[in-house]
Ligand binder design. Sequence first.
Ligand code: DHB
Length: 400
Amino acid sequence: MRRVQVGIVGAGPAGLLLAHLLRQAGVDGVVLEAKSRQYLETSPHRIRAGVLEWGTKEIALKAGVGDRMLHEGLEHRGIYIALNGRLHRIDFATLVGQGIWVYGQQYLVRDMINHHLQAGGEILFEHEVVDLKQLEQNPILIYRGPGGEEGELLCEFVVGADGSHSRFREWIPGLRIYQKTYPFAWLGILAETPPAASELIYASHERGFALYSMRSPSLARNYLQVSPEENLETWPEERIWEELNLRLGGVAQLTPGPILEKSLTLMRSLVVEPMQHGRVFLVGDAAHVVPPTGAKGMNLAFCDVAVLYRALLAYYRDRDETLLASYTETARRHIWQAELFSYWMTKLLHTLPDPFEEQIRLANLRHLVESPHVQRFLAENYVGVYTSGRYAVAFPSPPG
Ligand code: DHB
């Protein structure tokens, strides 16, 4: 049976970042990924948000995977809230002295795959993990390769980074799951269209929420609040553009262009605790899901990895297990903070079915656009409480 120090399941942002950091620290790891490389890098189903907290950008740079992100990404120093036909700017730079970095998650995944393979790292694509044994000591990953052949990988540690439908939730006993669903979804499009605004616009409209975002000066990413049961076939291109422009309320005008991708994103919040059992640890969406409003998913995954990486380094350098033992306790602080913020943004911006709650929502929104105090809450969370600043999770620089 093949042996490895750390077996990582999933080549998303969390798994790849951890694998790359460990490799630089001289720890031997293997990533097993059920999908093909091409699917991860190009499938429209893999498109995710494109907002990096400032500290997430810094972590990517320190990890040595951020060169392209730095050249092709865009710095934004605030966002806009559109309400009743007016634009209100939330000025992050003034409120909290920091901005954000706009760069698509799927692009960063592509960059991390490239860097990791070039550095000699190993990613076994089309290798689906089908079972996990011996969680307490010397865990074994049982996988099925591209030809259907089964194999086993004996690990010192196993890291579950297999995303929001993680198999680890069946394999780890005694997990507690906190979850919530929301009565709406997002219809998202990626489209070639000239820029309609210099920064993101979160628009609250009586017909529902709309978001104007971007991937590059010529590529826009837009979303519309719809029902979770929405049939995308009832949304031809003209209807999407018309609805987006209507909900933006005249504050920006989108020029219809070719729609390259169209998708429906369901919204839920979920936290799994503890995020560890014996020699098995969970990172990223495998341990927690946030609704997309506020774009916290990947930032949160990077925070988990920063905490786990530091703990694994302490183990491999000094055989010190203290940080590993307290992994969940440390990580749950940034996780619940991001859960709180994503929940707050979601409730604040989407039209709600209950008339009383809808009025409370509108009162909250008015308070936000009028009060620098509430704006500061938004700004601090949006640019990231835990990736930089006073509460930042400690991120040891990789050696070399
Ligand atoms: C994007 C997605 C989000 O959920 C968000 O809050 C902002 C931007 C995006 O896809 O660009």
